[in-house]
Ligand binder design. Structure first.
Ligand code: GDP
Ligand code: IMO
Ligand code: MG
Length: 434
């Protein structure tokens, strides 16, 4: 196996950063393929604790080339801050590259994200306010500005001028806000450009070449399947696809170029922002999970909504991503629980649903049907083999595996890089040979 797409299986924050930091040890390339700085990927390793928003989670290994792919939207100010932060921790960034096709988040994108959320009022989506909806809307509307445009000041000025004319009409006439200055944005982005230009290049060929040599390439997803604009809880979704299918388009490979698809799932469910979440626990158990796991957003600091594992949504995620493997994280958070529930079906107006509905007005009315499993009382974060887990913990993992119909080959028992159980090391995603 050589190219592995790694995606979030739920509503984001499953622990993608942790797992990718672990698996990147043997990789040649780690490439982000979607989202923007709405993502917050936490990595805890011997260099410290990092919250990466744009830089791929493989940056801590000197042999790994890190690529911010064409499918990512880049806020240059955030990226430069992240680069500075990594350098201040002596992490080399000379192997970081940015796709010239990646779109740039401009000041009007973040301003419009906020204005649009305010206009939605009670129906606000709870976005991260990072300009994600507006930047991807502009990409599809063909009025976006790409990283490669920074390489040619004339082209950049003409694209910016044309986009800003429209944005200023919207800002002033629709929202009664102040217009933005063309000259100020131009100067500011030329300044960012001076620092970023050395990183900008065509990147998809680098990925295909490494894959052709059989070198391990990890395609790093952001967000999670249930935030996908097509298959997620629309309209409470993000604006680029977090699915494995998008890893091809967002990095520059054909579908036949992907060898394995690893989905990351938490042992329970969380969600930040608005939208339906059938297993949400608005009680002491939900609070206990939040406090024990520190479930506060890595990007916005907002408390995450917590609830039992939703296997109906989980199965759907396995199917739409075509997962070959699962990494289950946060199993340690259940240490000390007398019992643990898993949602195996939904009850909707007297019917039993076992598939995930496409209509949120249905999902909002779904009541979870739970199966109760025994908990365990000891701490599991020292366990490094499946056999060392208490039987209740291994039973829980096996039951999820049955419900999801996909092998759980990695089990994470703590936030640190070392807190991991590799169940089938030979079959697993670490093996670099095809
Ligand atoms: P990502 O967006 O998918 O990379 O996930 P985040 O970094 O936003 O959130 C995951 C949080 O859980 C971070 O604080 C991680 O340090 C932490 N974490 C990851 N894996 C585990 C685990 O197995 N156990 C515990 N207790 N924490 C974990
Ligand atoms: P990572 O990669 C969790 C959520 C927001 C909001 C919705 C739309 O760290 O898993 P947006 O700003 O994208 O327009 O917001 O999507 N969201 C995330 N939730 N983890 C993320 O990324 C997220 N990125 C966006 O909270 O509900
Ligand atoms: Mg996150």
């Amino acid at each position: 196996m050589s190219v592995v797409a790694i995606v979030g299986g739920q509503w984001g924050d499953e622990g993608k950063g942790k797992i990718i930091d672990l698996l990147a040890e043997k990789a040649k390339i780690v490439a982000r393929f979607s989202g923007g700085d709405n993502a917050g990927h936490t990595v805890i390793n011997p260099y410290g604790k990092f919250r990466l928003h744009l830089v791929p989670s493989g940056i801590f290994y000197p042999q790994v080339t890190c690529i911010i792919g064409n499918g990512v939207a880049i806020n240059p100010a955030v990226l430069l801050q992240e680069i500075d932060d990594l350098q201040s921790h002596s992490i080399g960034i000379s192997r970081l590259f940015i796709s010239d096709r990646a779109h740039l988040i401009m000041p009007y994108h973040t301003i419009l994200d906020k204005l649009e959320e305010e206009r939605r009022s009670k129906g606000a989506l709870g976005t991260t306010l990072r300009g994600i909806g507006p930047v991807f809307a502009d990409k599809v509307a063909r009025i976006g500005i790409r990283a490669g445009d920074l390489l040619n000041k004339g082209v950049f000025m003409s694209r910016l001028k044309s986009a800003l004319e429209l944005k200023n009409i919207i800002l002033t006439k629709v929202y009664r806000a102040s217009p933005l200055s063309l000259d100020e944005i131009y100067q500011q982005y030329c300044h960012y450009g001076e620092r970023l230009v050395p990183f900008v290049r065509e990147t998809s060929s680098m990925i295909r070449e490494a894959a052709a040599k059989g070198q391990l390439v990890l395609l790093e997803g952001a967000q999670g399947a249930l935030l996908d604009p097509d298959f997620g809880t629309y309209p409470y979704v993000t604006s680029s696809s977090p699915l494995a299918g998008a890893s091809c388009v967002g990095a520059g490979l054909g579908p036949r170029g992907i060898d394995r698809v690893l989905g990351i799932f938490k042992a329970y469910n969380t969600r930040v922002g608005a939208g339906p979440m059938p297993t949400e626990l608005k009680d002491k158990t939900g609070d206990l999970i939040r406090e024990k796991a520190g479930e506060y957003g890595a990007t916005t600091g907002r408390p995450r909504r917590c609830g039992w594992f939703d296997a109906v949504a989980g199965r759907f995620s396995v199917q739409i991503n075509g997962l070959s493997d699962i990494a289950l994280t946060h199993l340690d958070i259940y240490d000390g629980f007398a019992s643990i529930k898993v949602c195996t079906a939904y009850r909707f107006e007297g019917q039993l649903l076992t598939s995930f509905p496409s209509d949120i007005s249905v999902l909002e009315k779904c009541r979870p049907v739970y199966e109760k499993l025994d908990g365990w009382q000891e701490s599991i974060n020292q366990a490094r083999s499946f056999e060392k887990l208490p039987s209740e913990a291994s039973n829980y993992v096996s039951r999820l595996e049955d419900l999801l119909s996909c092998p759980i080959n990695l089990v994470s028992v703590g936030p640190d890089r070392t807190e991991i159980i590799e169940r089938n090391p030979k079959s697993a995603v670490r093996n670099t040979k095809r």
